[in-house]
Each structure stands twice: as C-alpha cells, then as structure tokens.
Design a protein around this ligand. Structure first.
Ligand code: MLT
Length: 318
C-alpha cells in the first residue's frame, strides 16, 4: 500500500463541519471562550463550518469522555479548562486517561476568577463577607458546576484557605451560567466564577464582587482593578488562574493536528479575538503553551500541583 504522504490528511481537512464540544451548559465561561474561538478559527481553517456542542455533566468529564471516544479525524475537538487537571486528582476513576487519550492541540487563554455574593448577602466588602460566612458557615450555600469544575476547585481552595470549621453547603449545576441565575435570584449565597461570566453581572449590580483569586490585582481591567486579591485579604499564597486548552481525540493525524494548531495561532493573534477576551478579563496565551508539547507539559505539571491541593481538601469524586 502506498505510504500516506505527509500532509495527505490535512489537504482535505476540514471535509465536513467541525464540532467543538463544551463540557458545560451553554452561556457559561467555557461556552463563551469556545464560541469566540470558533469565530476566530473559521477563516484560518478555510472558512470552515464550526459548531459548538454543549455536553455537560460530572464537572466536565462527560464532555471530555465524549471527545476522547470520538473519531480521531480532527472534526471533533474539545475546549476545556483547568478541569482537565483538577479532575485527574479528584475522580477515583475517569473514563479516559488525561495525558494519553487526547492530542494536545494548544492553549487558548488565562482567566482570573472573582468571589461573588448574591444580592441577599448582607456584606459589601470582603471583610464583611468573611465575617458573615464565619458566623453562618453551615447555613450558607455555595454554587459550583460539578466536582472538578473551576468554580468547585476555587470553592475547595477558598474554604481550605479560610480554615472554615463548618464547610459550606455546595450546590452543583451543569455550568456556572445556570448557577449565576440562582445567585442573582438569591437561591444560592455565593460562587467563585471566572471573570468571563461575572464581570458584566457585577457591572450591572446583579451580584456583589468581593475579591479576585489571582496573586496580583487586575490593574489593567477598568472594573476589576478595584477588587482586592485574596492574598491582600489574608489568605496567604492564594493564587488561582483558570486556563483553557484545545484538544482532539488521540490518534488524530499529526498533520491535521498541526493544521488546527496553525489556525489556533492565527486566532490568538486576531485583534478581535484578543479584544473580546480582554473585555472579559481573560488574556490570550502567547508563550510556549500555544504549542502542543508546551500545552501537554503544562497540563501534566498542573495535574501534579492540583493533586496536592485536592489531597489537602480531602474531598474526592467516585
Ligand atoms: C462553565 O463553563 O460553566 C464553567 O467553566 C464551569 C466551571 O468550571 O466552573
């Protein structure tokens, strides 16, 4: 049989619509990043049709598993975040192996998080919020998007750092878009979510912002620059930034993965995409993590780092 010449697969790629799977409900931060990326990938992939499909559940692992099992031809991709690393340490058994069952196409952005309260929480500063939480511990409920989601991980880290004796009641959603609705409505009291999803709600006064989770203040953001970091509020070393990456099923031909990575690099330099991300408090990746090997090395390191965090919290998912 004739050896398939290098690039043979990529020549006809894409030969049908590309599906980007988002492992959370529509309208949340992951969905927002995926849709903005899809828009920026269209032209560099030869005016490709790209559809975003939401496959939520189990903190993002349902959607990830769907992509790990998809036909490895480059027409099914996954946009996921820090959950790829957090779930590796949190779930006792996963339906895929994070570092073996995916082709790592490249990373997209870094996204800060904000700690929010519902309008019903009688606190307007972080100090008052902290006092309220300490006084009402078990009665206060925290919303998240499933075990291993960014909001769940942030909640876990924040409660550990706060050394809360009574852990908060946690309520899981299929994404932080539905969770945000209940936070605005006061059905839940607090949530830690990505600035992608929270900035406009804080600006509109629908929820209260208390602090940011990054090590440094977000000085370049007109609204978020006024929020203290959790380190400033006394939570030593607290430092959490969410990141998003692009993945294909293991076995996707190397020349196809390269073609998608080339398109990703064009997208990450697209002024419209960069501006769209900046408006949401996100920063597009410009370092070696945009390359498949840099992406994979970073995730492997994050898996190790987050395992320590999760073991310290002592909560696991079966
Ligand atoms: C979402 O897109 O809903 C979020 O990424 C959920 C989360 O990870 O907290």
């Amino acid at each position: 049989t004739a050896a398939v010449s290098a690039g043979a697969f990529a020549q006809g790629f894409p030969s049908k619509p590309i599906t980007i799977v988002v492992p959370f409900a529509a309208g949340g931060p992951t969905d927002t990043v995926a849709r903005q990326l899809a828009e920026a990938l269209r032209a560099p992939l030869g005016d490709a049709t790209i559809v975003v499909e939401n496959a939520a559940g189990a903190g993002g692992t349902i959607g990830a598993s769907k992509v790990a099992r998809a036909t490895p031809d480059g027409h099914t991709l996954l946009v996921w975040h820090i959950g790829m690393a957090a779930t590796a340490g949190l779930y006792r058994k996963l339906p895929y192996k994070p570092l073996e069952d995916f082709e790592y196409v490249g990373m997209i952005n870094d996204v800060p998080m904000t700690l929010l309260g519902s309008p019903k929480v009688p606190a307007n500063t972080y100090r008052d919020f902290e006092a309220y939480i300490r006084a009402n511990g078990g009665k206060v409920n925290l919303a998240h998007a499933g075990l291993g989601s960014a909001s769940h991980l942030c909640g876990l880290m924040w409660q550990s750092a706060m050394k809360l004796d009574k852990s908060l009641t946690a309520i899981a959603y299929r994404g932080t878009a539905p969770a945000m609705n209940d936070l605005i409505g006061g059905q839940v009291d607090l949530m830690c979510d990505q600035t992608t999803n929270t900035t406009s709600q804080i600006e509109a006064g629908r929820v209260k912002g208390y602090a940011v989770t990054t090590a440094k203040r977000l000085d370049s953001h007109k609204l978020l620059k006024d929020y203290p970091t959790l380190q400033e509020m006394g939570l030593k070393d607290f430092n959490l930034t969410i990141w998003h990456g692009l993945y294909a099923p293991k076995g996707t031909p190397a020349d196809v993965t390269k073609k998608i990575n080339d398109a990703l690099k064009v997208a990450l330099k697209d002024p419209k995409f960069i501006k769209g991300q900046e408006m949401l408090g996100a920063v597009v990746v410009t370092d070696n993590r945009v390359n498949p090997e840099g992406h994979k090395a970073f995730v492997a390191d994050q898996i190790t780092k987050l395992k320590t965090v999760i073991d310290a919290a002592g909560q696991y998912a079966d």
